[in-house]
Design a protein around this ligand. Structure first.
Ligand code: RFL
Ligand code: PHB
Length: 406
């Protein structure tokens, strides 16, 4: 039977960043991933990195390409009543940026770093299951290449970084975990297009026909979203229909227009807010989407995943260096404070910007008043800005102010 210190299930941002941080601290891990390298490096998801995520990538030696190819914006635009209102994040937060760099590029950088350092990622594994997580020697069973003989890895600890549908969260007995779950009545239809950017910064639009978001990936590729019914099917959306909606929702009274281009990818995602409490059970620790989900309007999911594993890596490091597991025991409570604030912010941005199918005129006026307030009051803009660029990490909450370096 193979052994490792930390068995990591899932090679998303949470699992790969955790493996990277542990490797830097001399802690051995094995990452198990059910998809192929090509699949994980090609899946289009998040686009916005918080300042803390960018800083961590730079401080730990995986930020070179990000600094060369990322886009560093100083603000975002909130658009409503056919007018744009800029929130200057840089000024309001004392110099922090909104960084646009695609999630699959982060994945490529972390996979390359891991493999260059001789670390192990087992791609394309099947039938992953967790055993004895409440004992001192938890185990992961899996089939290499989906259908090989079942193998077992004995671990000191298991990190469940396998996203919302993975097997880790259900390995915490239902009687122990409380799940907070809200399915939102909104979907996002997202497209990638070949065109130059239509604007220098991201545009979040509240429109009577529904929310729209103008984002970017590079000088040649743009990312655009429109709010749709979450049960709608992509087959109902011809390219023409998508462009008609995008133009109608983003146009301004001063004649701003969206630049069109060939649509190279399209799809619909549904939205939920979800938190599992606690994030740990015995020697199993959940991180990222395995533990919590936010609607994408606040651009928080990937960043929360990275924040979780920063806390977890410090806690593992402390226990291996000193034998003291205080930080590990407070992992869940440390992370949940930040998680709930990100849930609150993502819910707030989503409610402010989306139109409900049955929205009353009163609710519409309240939404517009909120947008007017947040774009005209410095206190309100500052609150939005500090949440959007990312709240600080709260390591000091990890009991007794024990100091552990990155
Ligand atoms: P992931 O990325 O889902 O990775 C989990 C990995 O685990 C693997 N896995 C398994 N492996 C082995 N055995 C099993 N049985 C397994 N089951 C699953 C999966 O194949 C996968 O590789 O979770 P992680 O690491 O926690 O990362 C979370 C982020 O991916 C997610 O929160 C973000 O994409 C959310 N998100 C955004 N986050 C941001 O911070 N900024 C954004 O701008 C942003 N925009 C978005 C988003 C998510 C979106 N979608 C598609 C939901 C925009 C969209 C449209
Ligand atoms: C993206 O570019 O994919 C993106 C940007 C901002 C969000 C969500 C997604 O809030």
């Amino acid at each position: 039977m193979r052994k490792t210190q930390v068995g990591i299930i899932g090679a998303g941002p949470a699992g790969l960043m955790l493996a990277h941080l542990l490797q830097r601290r001399g802690i051995e891990s094995i990452v198990l991933e059910s998809r192929t390298r090509k699949e994980i490096e090609g899946t289009i998801r998040a686009g916005v990195l918080e300042q803390g995520t960018v800083d961590l990538m730079n401080e730990t030696g995986v930020g070179d390409r990000l600094m060369r190819e990322g886009h560093f914006h100083h603000g975002i635009e909130l658009r409503f009543n056919r007018k744009g209102h800029r929130i200057n994040m840089h000024e309001l937060t004392g110099g922090k940026n909104v960084t646009v760099y695609a999630q699959h590029e982060v994945i490529k950088d972390l996979v390359a770093a891991r493999l260059n350092q001789g670390g192990e990622i087992l791609f394309n594994v099947g039938d992953v299951s967790l055993h004895d997580v409440d004992t001192d020697s938890p185990k992961i069973r899996f089939r290499p290449d989906k259908d090989g003989e079942v193998q077992e890895i004995e671990c000191d600890y298991i990190a469940g970084c396998d996203g919302f549908h993975g097997p880790s969260r259900p390995a915490i007995p239902a009687s122990v975990r409380k799940e907070y779950d809200t399915v939102l009545p909104y979907g996002w239809l997202g497209i990638l297009i070949e065109a130059p950017p239509s604007a220098p910064e991201l545009i979040y639009t509240n429109h009577p026909r529904g929310f729209a978001l103008v984002s970017t990936r590079s000088a040649e590729i743009q990312r655009l979203y429109i709010q749709v019914d979450p049960k709608d099917e992509i087959a109902n959306w011809s390219d023409d229909r998508i462009w008609t909606e995008l133009h109608a929702r983003t146009e301004t009274e001063d004649g701003w227009t969206l630049i069109e281009g060939p649509i190279i990818q399209k799809g619909i995602v549904s939205m939920r807010s979800f938190v599992c409490d606690p994030l740990q059970y015995g020697r199993l620790f959940l991180a990222g989407d395995a533990a919590h989900i936010v609607p994408p309007t606040g651009a928080k999911g990937l960043n929360l995943a990275v924040a979780d594993v920063q806390v977890l890596a410090r806690a593992f490091s402390h226990v291996y260096q000193t034998g003291d597991d205080t930080l590990l025991q407070s992992y869940s409570s440390t992370c949940l404070r930040r998680v709930w604030k990100a849930e609150r912010f993502s819910w707030y941005m989503t409610s402010m910007l989306h139109r409900k199918a049955e929205q009353s005129p009163f609710e519409q006026q309240i939404q517009l008043a909120e947008l007017d307030y947040v774009t005209s009051s410095e206190a309100a803009s500052k609150s939005l800005a500090e949440n959007y660029v990312g709240l600080p990490m709260e390591y000091e909450e990890m009991s007794g102010k024990i100091s552990v370096n990155i």
